[in-house]
Write a protein that binds this ligand. Structure first.
Ligand code: CDP
Ligand code: CDP
Length: 206
């Protein structure tokens, strides 16, 4: 069983993906980490603006190299959305994601284009969303907890800019797949969101 979860920044998709993967005993891939890792390599080389450098970084990326601790910074979220708009970068990361989804028994993947491009045949698709102010509050608390020196207003501005870039790009824009179930977590705690997501997946499985 493949479970595809998409949605904008801090909508709660990663939390749901991890919980669903644990519940069903499936491997989980946070595909945002791939783009964050590409951005990290480019920034380290001082070449974020260089399209060829980002494609090269994407081609040589290894899932085993992904360290959420170092990759979940505000700077790399922004950098990820810059490199993610480049078709060559997306193409270079396609096979790796499809192989992950094709493991025997299935997998859970979360990102922006899982239900539309990476796993269009997935039986269970969720599109997770929440109001921008709620998402900004969640991400603000998360980044504060990581020790980042950042304001709520800066986080909200970053989220809105990223939403626009991710939705407006021509290559695999952030879009709800026609057959994805919409889940708005604005007024849901983590447990309530998980219960709703589980019910949706079970309905699709049945
Ligand atoms: O956790 P958050 O939603 O803030 O970000 P993320 O999932 O780590 O993704 C970072 C950026 O990578 C996004 O803003 C997208 O630009 C890009 N991304 C993408 O284009 N496609 C995916 N499947 C996953 C992430
Ligand atoms: O993966 P994505 O960027 O969509 O979001 P996440 O990492 O799952 O969630 C972002 C933050 O919001 C985390 O600190 C979660 O614990 C929190 N969260 C929440 O407060 N309520 C929810 N219903 C879902 C997530």
């Amino acid at each position: 069983m493949v479970i595809a979860i998409d949605g904008p920044a801090a909508s709660g998709k990663g939390t749901l993906a991890r919980r669903l993967a644990a519940h069903y005993g499936l491997p989980h891939l946070d595909t945002g980490l791939l783009y964050r890792a590409v951005a990290a390599r480019c920034i380290a080389l001082g070449r974020l603006a260089d399209e060829a450098a980002s494609e090269q970084a994407a081609k040589t990326l290894d899932v085993a190299d992904l360290d959420p601790e170092t990759l979940r910074t505000a700077e790399l979220g922004e950098g990820a959305s810059v490199v993610a708009a480049r078709p060559g970068v997306r193409a270079a990361l396609l096979d790796l994601q499809r192989r992950f989804a094709g493991q025997p028994g299935g997998a859970v993947l979360d990102g922006r284009d899982i239900g539309t491009v990476i796993c269009p045949e997935a039986p269970a698709k969720l599109f997770v969303t929440a109001r921008p102010d709620v998402r900004a509050e969640r991400r603000f608390r998360e980044l504060l907890g990581r020790g980042e020196d950042i304001s709520y207003d800066a986080v909200l501005a970053d989220i809105l800019k990223r939403d626009e870039r991710d939705s407006g790009r021509s290559s695999a824009p952030l879009l709800k797949a026609d057959d994805a179930v919409l889940l708005d977590t604005s007024d849901l705690g983590i447990e309530a969101a998980f219960a709703a997501a589980l019910a949706m997946v079970e309905a699709r499985r049945g």
